[in-house]
Design a protein around this ligand. Sequence first.
Ligand SMILES: CC(C)(COP(=O)(O)OP(=O)(O)OC[C@H]1O[C@@H](n2cnc3c(N)ncnc32)[C@H](O)[C@@H]1OP(=O)(O)O)[C@@H](O)C(=O)NCCC(=O)NCCS
Length: 143
Amino acid sequence: MPPTLKPAVTFSEEKDLEASQLLGLFHQAPWSKDRNLADAKNMLRHTDVVLCAWDGDHLVGFGRVLTDFVYRATIWDVIVDKAYQNRGIGTDIVRRILNHPRLKQVELFWLCTRRPGFYEKLGFSSKDQTGMVWSRSNRARTE
Ligand SMILES: CC(C)(COP(=O)(O)OP(=O)(O)OC[C@H]1O[C@@H](n2cnc3c(N)ncnc32)[C@H](O)[C@@H]1OP(=O)(O)O)[C@@H](O)C(=O)NCCC(=O)NCCS
């Protein structure tokens, strides 16, 4: 598809999507490339809000939220199929999360990213906040 043509993308919040389709996306990013089907299914079961982008029945984008629905929400695993990037789909996923009716009371959204520029355009800021990470896999490598 020529890069200037925006695909007819639709959005859904179904948690019972085929985890194998999701793995197809996860395998495109360095931080999620080793994920497996059983864990992805388990993750979907325990996730509070899911946002999917579809081109027909092909999953082309994903994002998810863990939250108490009041004080805090964290956004995870925002990812768009390489062939569909730079057409506004990732932006749309994050905007749909921020404007989601079930999340409208949430005081603060937090995320961890290697693409700060992408999120700054959406109003996220790293000022006055320091994120820290404890990684089980990193610790296993050094112990
Ligand atoms: C980060 C990611 C989710 C962004 O998804 P995307 O659909 O490409 O995002 P968008 O198209 O909304 O925005 C990307 C860029 O395209 C630009 N853009 C948006 N709509 C556009 C359009 N219609 N035409 C051309 N460019 C457009 C945006 O301004 C943005 O520019 P930037 O790179 O300077 O920020 C995607 O690159 C991705 O999946 N990367 C790999 C996984 C990853 O790193 N995820 C982040 C985890 S925190």
